[in-house]
Design a protein around this ligand. Structure first.
Ligand SMILES: [Cu+2]
Length: 268
């Protein structure tokens, strides 16, 4: 009786904790509300299964408890029961996976009008590069990284001359515009993650991965590294400031001194 009661209390406690928990996710600040929906669907399905299984256990513990003279019925196999369990489990798993496929399709389909922004991760900081007036990022190569060229940007590429380089600082983005973040790593695997944007993606050395999102409200958000990348991993944080279009443009105009050409003038 006590065990059955404990099982019921576990169910009640878990559901209450889930509903009353103060550690819920941060208010969303991007277009990726779908990510939240898929998590909510998973919570509902796994939650319902958890409640059903544990309550069933409590029922069995109580109903089939030991009584003098009572004997268990031996039934090693039940085709009907197995069929039912397979069907219900299959439907439950499909219901959790299918919405994810639709979201993933959107996740990898970048809108045509997205603005490129480069994000470089290295042990243990974030650096950024924005295209200049030409709207294009110049070529880059990790082999070009040096004391005066932290992002390894190509000096030969004319497109790179007006690129704005922000080393270990704050990234600014305009609100309501889709952003395509091109992700590079200088050393090990990192993972670009802004909890309020819901989206995250690995930075893999030797590749340029990408992620896109549209910031939906202004504010200051923290960039975290979501991949264990060495002893400095917990300190690998950055800041993204989402601004109104006019404030963003004003800031952009003031960045003329941070172009790649100014920062690393070619040796004469
Ligand atoms: Cu990292």
């Amino acid at each position: 009786m006590a065990v059955a009661l404990i099982l019921v209390l576990i169910v009640v406690g878990s559901v209450a904790f889930h509903l009353l928990s103060p550690w819920w996710w941060t208010p969303i600040a991007s277009n990726w509300a779908y990510i939240d929906s898929t998590i909510v669907i998973t919570f509902w399905i796994t939650g319902a299964v958890f409640v059903a299984v544990v309550l069933f256990m409590a029922y069995c513990v109580y109903r089939f408890r030991h009584q003098p003279g009572r004997q268990a019925h031996y039934e090693p196999e039940s085709k009907r029961l197995e069929l039912w369990l397979t069907l219900v489990t299959g439907i439950g798993v499909a219901a959790m996976l299918t919405p994810g496929l639709f979201v993933w399709r959107q996740f990898i389909t970048v809108p045509q009008d997205a603005t490129d922004v480069e994000i470089l991760g290295q042990q243990w900081q974030w650096s950024f590069r924005l295209p200049g007036p030409d709207g294009k990022l110049g070529a880059s190569d990790i082999r070009l990284v040096g004391p005066d060229n932290a992002l390894g940007i190509s000096r030969e590429d004319p497109n790179s001359q007006d690129d704005i380089v922000i080393e270990g600082g704050e990234l600014r983005l305009p609100v309501g515009r889709p952003i395509k973040a091109l992700l590079r790593s200088a050393d090990v695997i990192h993972d670009f993650y802004i909890p309020e944007m819901r989206a995250k993606m690995d930075l893999v050395p030797g590749q340029i991965s990408y992620i896109w999102f549209t910031p939906t409200r202004t504010g200051t958000f923290e960039i975290l590294c979501a991949e264990l990348c060495g002893v400095g991993h917990p300190q690998m944080r950055g800041t993204v400031i989402v601004q109104e279009q006019k404030d963003y443009q004003a800031w952009l105009q003031a960045q003329a001194s941070r172009t790649f050409a100014r920062l690393t003038p070619t040796a004469q």
